[in-house]
Design a protein around this ligand. Structure first.
Ligand code: HEC
Ligand code: HEC
Length: 391
């Protein structure tokens, strides 16, 4: 039995790596037709892998280049874009792309002269409180590509090409590059490139941009008695440490990367000295979630679900705007729990609010809708928020 199993496993493993020897001897009797040779097989003779399907390639191959290669057909007007902007983008970037205090402004700082010359004078003269996207970007294709690929931040790749054309038309209108009756499509976008305020503003240092010819640095690899004093470090400046709440509590609890408690001042001492402290804090964030679950289902058995809910809050982008005990864009979970602690219908009400979005309870900034969140997931999050905090 042992020998049989071993033999079977071995030939199976060999078959996977080099093609089944049995099949090779009796190809005509093979009960199922042999699958088409994959590219990998054809080129290298390995019997592993298969060519990616067209759908897989299309999902991955979405880059839009400065010469507009890769740009899908479609179109959208400034007016259509205004609607999408208000419902999907304004929460984070402000009604006019000026942004609230958390995100860098997209629009502003460019003049009609810049649009004529293709150089943003404000970049050289200074005097702008901050550099906006339209001051820096030189190609309109980059904006199309970026919005399509990465925005809205909490739900990337949810916009159809027509939506991207429309919302970009709206941004271009805010930046006074196109008129308010403009329709942006895969043809008119070429004219827009000719009006991008910083289209001529990029410098191409040969040493950085070309890979032919002689290198412009001359480094010699050190092979013995090398200086080892260099200390690579990743540091958050003190004023920005708590800008996004407790980073450790937003990390996965397993694996080598745990993260420090960014709500307290930086740890001093060596990495080795701090390892235990960081681990302990990471565990404490987990214990809090477990306690919440115990309380919630009345049992005392530790439940891994707390970690799952925390991961769900992180995966769904909630922790980009919320933290446990500090206001970020939205109210802290502790404050939410305190506000609703005596309300019987709180769970149902807040579940619906998360799914539908809304504003006015905590201030003017709206929470975006989360339409793809299931009832069960949204409810689990609310129960976690209402019970875990305050401990
Ligand atoms: C939940 C907050 C949020 C929402 C909603 C959102 N964004 Fe963003 N956006 C960001 C953040 C954060 C960045 C910077 C990301 C980075 O640098 O990695 C950004 C960056 C951008 C940039 C590039 C800015 C630059 O100069 O690099 C553009 C353009 C943009 N967003 C457009 C949009 C559009 C259009 C929408 C709506 C369809 C949208 N955003 C919705 C948070 C958001
Ligand atoms: C783009 C930022 C943003 C994101 C992402 C976000 N929220 Fe909010 N959240 C807010 C803001 C702002 C408020 C306050 C809204 C108000 O004043 O009515 C809020 C309010 C809340 C409230 C209290 C609602 C009330 O009526 O009192 C809960 C609960 C909540 N969020 C949970 C979540 C959950 C869970 C997620 C993830 C699925 C999430 N939020 C994602 C910004 C955000």
């Amino acid at each position: 039995m042992y020998r049989w199993t071993r033999h079977a496993l071995l030939s199976c493993a060999l078959g996977m790596a080099f093609g089944s020897p049995v099949q090779a001897q009796t190809p005509a009797k093979s009960p199922t037709p042999a699958p088409a040779k994959s590219l990998v097989q054809a080129e290298h003779g390995y019997s592993v892998g298969r060519p990616a399907t067209k759908a897989e390639l299309d999902a991955w191959d979405i880059d839009v280049r400065p010469d507009f290669k890769g740009l899908p057909r479609g179109s959208g007007t400034v007016d259509q874009g205004a609607d999408i902007w208000d419902s999907t983008c304004a929460t984070c970037h402000g009604s006019f792309g000026e942004s609230n205090s958390f995100f860098a402004p997209l629009v502003g700082g460019t003049t009609p002269e810049d649009i004529k010359s293709g150089h943003v004078a404000g970049l050289i003269k200074g005097g702008q409180p901050s550099r906006t996207t339209f001051m820096k970007v030189d190609t309109v294709s980059t904006l199309w590509d970026y919005i399509h690929r990465a925005m809205p931040w909490d739900n990337p790749k949810s916009l159809e090409p027509d939506d991207v054309y429309a919302v970009l038309a709206y941004l271009l209108n805010l930046a006074e590059i196109v008129p308010s009756d403009f329709t942006l499509n895969n043809e008119t976008i070429v004219q827009v490139q000719e009006k991008m305020p910083n289209r001529n503003g990029m410098k191409f240092w040969p040493g950085l941009w070309t890979v032919s010819g002689e290198p412009d640095t001359h480094n010699t690899a050190c092979m013995s008695e090398c200086d080892t004093s260099g200390k690579p470090a990743s540091i958050l400046p003190p004023h920005a440490r708590d800008a996004h709440g407790d980073l450790a509590a937003q990390m996965r609890i397993i694996g080598p990367v745990r993260g420090v408690d960014s709500m307290t001042s930086a740890l001093t001492g060596s990495v080795d000295d701090n390892v235990e402290k960081v681990r302990e804090h990471a565990r404490s964030t987990l214990v809090a979630t477990q306690r919440a679950d115990e309380k919630h289902d009345g049992s005392s058995k530790p439940d891994a679900n707390g970690e799952k809910t925390m991961a769900m809050l992180t995966d769904n982008g909630c922790m980009t705007c919320h933290a446990r005990d500090k206001k970020v864009v939205g109210p802290s979970f502790v404050d939410i729990a305190a506000k609703y602690k005596d309300q019987d219908d709180a769970t149902g009400k807040l579940t619906a609010k998360i799914q539908k979005g809304g504003s006015g309870v905590w201030g003017a900034i709206p929470m975006p809708a989360h339409p793809t969140l299931s009832d069960d997931d949204a409810k689990a999050m609310v129960q976690w928020i209402l019970t875990n905090t305050g401990q």
